[in-house]
Design a binder for this molecule. Structure first.
Ligand SMILES: [Zn+2]
Length: 396
């Protein structure tokens, strides 16, 4: 495998953060910037929205706005530190485990007690609050009810139903939505300098997931892997092919995760250099080395979670295939997510009844659940691919 360099077409300002990165979220941006400007924001927030809606980016932009003299300018020292993950009073956490341990939550609560010396607010962002067990949540609850005067909690989850009602009722709720394809396309053209054609393709096949769209547009290998993934169901006709394709899917997801981790680490290193005022090629002074070491350690810890996320992305891509097939079968006239594969998808639609296509969507859903429950990926994918063999070929 060739080593994936960070996508060269992306300008360094890409990760500067700020509310301008939140595409198609006008309501949320207005509420958050008003709250930051008010000087007395609510102390507990719940940000919800499906993957790709930008929950973590919204939380980071909010943390930056709270601590910036100008309400989130993206350019001052404080904003740049938030974006580089090196701001001393902004803590963003996510777990690599299936759920948070009580000790992790206690540690966060201890951090929350510290006054934000020299800064406006201490902000604690829990990026995946849905991964908190009931016991851990109850420990957190008390802290959220009576926070120190300068501490703000931001909890992120896919939907309000993913956190306990006791938490929900104590938080101000911000709901993020999946931005329209056109808005993502416009962002990729304006901010990243992509051609309208590239941007349109990436925005559509990523289903408006900005991070994924950017990667697909900038990284030809990521694009090839996606195309291989979505073409697999078109080829699987026997049990032995199903087993082979399952293995292929897993290894492509692993390759994708590795490449994504590398470019994320490179982006973080660049952002940290910028926030410390180091030139791109300048040698890192010994006293700053621990900060860079910490980025590498975080990347290593994230590795397993990244593979799980990448497998989930694979399953979302395959789900799009069957939604397209259904759309063809039901003659909805809608533009397909995989419009560029229309001819092959029409062929697949011929071999399946609408019920069978729905059955495949169910099987994909089951596989997504299994992956998050730590079922070995090869097993989950094999069961799935067996299910995707068109009926008339089964047992052949
Ligand atoms: Zn600023």
């Amino acid at each position: 495998m060739s080593s994936p360099a960070p996508p060269p077409s992306l300008s360094p300002a890409t990760d500067s953060g700020g509310f301008s990165e939140l595409v198609g979220q006008h309501d949320a941006v207005e509420q958050l910037s008003d709250a930051a400007a008010s000087g007395s924001p609510t102390h507990a927030w719940l940000f919800t929205g499906p993957p790709g809606s930008g929950r973590s980016n919204a939380a980071r932009a909010f943390a930056a706005a709270l601590n910036c003299e100008q309400g989130g300018c993206s350019t001052c020292q404080s904003c740049r530190m938030v974006s580089a993950g090196s701001h001393p009073t902004v803590t963003m956490v996510s777990t690599e485990n299936v759920s948070y341990r009580i000790e992790d939550v206690r540690q966060l609560i201890t951090t929350a007690q510290d006054r934000p010396q020299g800064h406006r607010w201490r902000v604690i962002v829990v990026e995946d609050a849905d991964r908190m067990t009931e016991r851990a949540t109850n420990v957190l609850l008390k802290a959220i009810e009576e926070p120190p005067p300068q501490t703000i909690w931001v909890l992120c989850a896919p939907s309000p139903a993913d956190v306990l009602v006791t938490i929900r009722s104590r938080c101000r709720h911000i709901s993020l939505r999946i931005p329209p394809v056109e808005a993502v396309e416009a962002l990729l053209v304006e901010r990243d300098g992509l051609s309208p054609e590239q941007a349109g393709f990436a925005a559509r096949v990523s289903q408006s997931h900005i991070g994924v769209a950017r990667r697909l547009a900038a990284d030809v290998e990521a694009r090839n892997r996606r195309e291989q993934t979505v073409s697999l169901p078109l080829k699987v006709r026997s049990a032995s092919q199903a087993v082979l394709s399952a293995a292929e899917l897993v290894s492509m997801a692993q390759a994708d995760a590795a490449s994504e981790s590398e470019s994320r680490l490179a982006r973080e290193q660049t952002a940290l250099r910028r926030s410390l005022g180091l030139e791109p090629e300048e040698k890192i002074p010994p006293k700053l080395r621990t900060q860079f070491k910490r980025l590498e350690d975080d990347a290593a810890r994230r590795a397993k979670r990244t593979v799980t996320d990448s497998l989930d992305r694979t399953l979302i891509d395959l789900t799009a295939v069957y939604r397209d097939v259904l759309s063809i079968k039901l003659n909805t006239g809608a533009e397909l997510i995989n419009e560029h594969l229309r001819a092959q998808l029409a062929e697949l639609a011929e071999t399946l009844s609408a019920e069978q296509a729905l059955g495949c969507l169910d099987a994909l859903n089951t596989a997504r659940t299994r992956i998050t429950q730590n079922v070995p990926p090869a097993l989950a994918m094999e069961a799935l691919m067996m299910h995707l063999i068109p009926r008339r070929h089964r047992g052949a």
